[in-house]
Write a protein that binds this ligand. Structure first.
Ligand SMILES: Nc1nc2c(c(=O)[nH]1)N[C@H]1C(S)=C(S)[C@@H](COP(=O)(O)O)O[C@H]1N2
Ligand SMILES: [Mo]
Length: 320
């Protein structure tokens, strides 16, 4: 994402391609070429993962059809936003350097008892299911992915928040030794680690998913292994990857992109085709893979499931 805050924060043009220019046919073909490189790095994708036996998980029939065709894994696993590994979309190989075992997740803040739990112990306490969800990046590209994961609701039950808890704050790893984006020149000034947040009311909704797999296998590193969030009705930057900490808070968390560009990226970030980004329209989106341009839907098509969460919040900036 390109940030326009003030001169000193602007990314030099040579370092990042504005996303709407990036998404031409040629770059989609490039993604397919990237897939070849990806499988060379990890020949038996995820076969050696200790959680491999949990896959494929049972499909949840309520989310078996996203209304659009599933995007090929050769595209979605090699065309990514993961700034920890660089600002280009070709981070899959760099992301392979992130060790995903052992992997501990801290659950703390306004909870009865803070705890630290290993990813495989966490997986033993929840029930994995598959849900096919649309994903709409704020940069106006989109994809459809069969995710495997468990409802955020299950994590809330496990954490037992106290009555002060109003928000969930998610945090990504901070590992400059393996993440070039956290090491390299310009980007070291970014407010690492990547942080995102949702309200406790949003967390109680059926839609938010903590994702551990995709396409019937453990999640590849490029997509945020071993644990990422997916919020299909919000712009993609809310769907934080590489989670190491979930804190229950009384105060609204300030996210990574909100810190960098508060005029462009807000807390709510619900998808709305009628509310343009300050620098481009959000009316349509380009499908990863097919390259087709399709209309963007209110709440990314999930209004029935989530619109009720916002009925008393009319004064908030719900769509940025
Ligand atoms: N930690 C972290 N999480 C992140 C990002 C990131 O740069 N770092 N990018 C976000 C953005 S802008 C999008 S669109 C999605 C992309 O997910 P994908 O690469 O699996 O398609 O991840 C989100 N989660
Ligand atoms: Mo995004």
């Amino acid at each position: 994402m390109l940030i326009r805050r003030n001169r000193s924060w602007e990314i030099p043009e040579a370092r990042v391609t504005p996303e709407h220019m990036f998404l031409n046919r040629r770059s989609f073909m490039g993604a397919a070429a990237g897939a070849v490189a990806f499988s060379a790095v990890r020949p038996a994708w995820a076969a050696e993962d200790p959680s491999a036996k949990l896959y494929p998980a049972k499909p949840n029939p309520a989310f078996a059809d996203a209304g659009r065709p599933v995007t090929g894994a050769e595209y979605t696993t090699t065309f990514n936003n993961y700034y920890e590994f660089g600002s280009s979309k070709r981070i899959a190989e760099a992301a392979e350097k992130l060790p995903i075992r052992p992997w501990a997740i801290v659950i703390d803040g306004e909870v009865e008892k803070p705890l630290t739990i290993g990813i495989d112990d966490l997986l033993a306490k929840v029930t994995l299911e598959e849900r096919i969800y649309r994903h709409r990046c704020v940069e106006a590209w989109s994809m459809v992915v069969p995710w495997t994961g468990f409802p955020v609701k299950s994590l809330v039950e496990l954490a037992r928040p106290n009555s002060n808890a109003k928000f969930l704050r998610f945090e990504t790893f901070n590992k400059p030794d393996v993440a070039p984006g956290q090491t390299d020149g310009f980007f070291t000034s970014y407010p690492w680690p990547y942080v995102e947040g949702i309200t406790l009311a949003e967390a109680a909704n059926e839609m938010p998913l903590l994702v551990t797999g995709a396409y019937g296998k453990p999640l590849p590193n490029s997509m945020g292994a071993p644990l990422r969030l997916h919020l299909p009705w919000k712009y993609g930057f809310k769907s934080i990857k590489g989670i190491v900490r979930v804190s229950f808070t009384a105060e609204r968390p300030v996210s990574f992109w909100e810190t960098l560009g508060p005029a462009e990226y807000g807390f709510w970030a619900n998808v709305n085709p009628e509310v343009p980004h300050p620098r481009w329209s959000q009316a349509t989106e380009q499908e990863l893979g097919s390259g087709e341009r399709v209309p963007t839907l209110l709440y990314n098509g999930y209004a029935e499931q989530v619109a009720g969460l916002y009925k008393d919040l009319g004064s908030e900036k719900l769509f940025m």
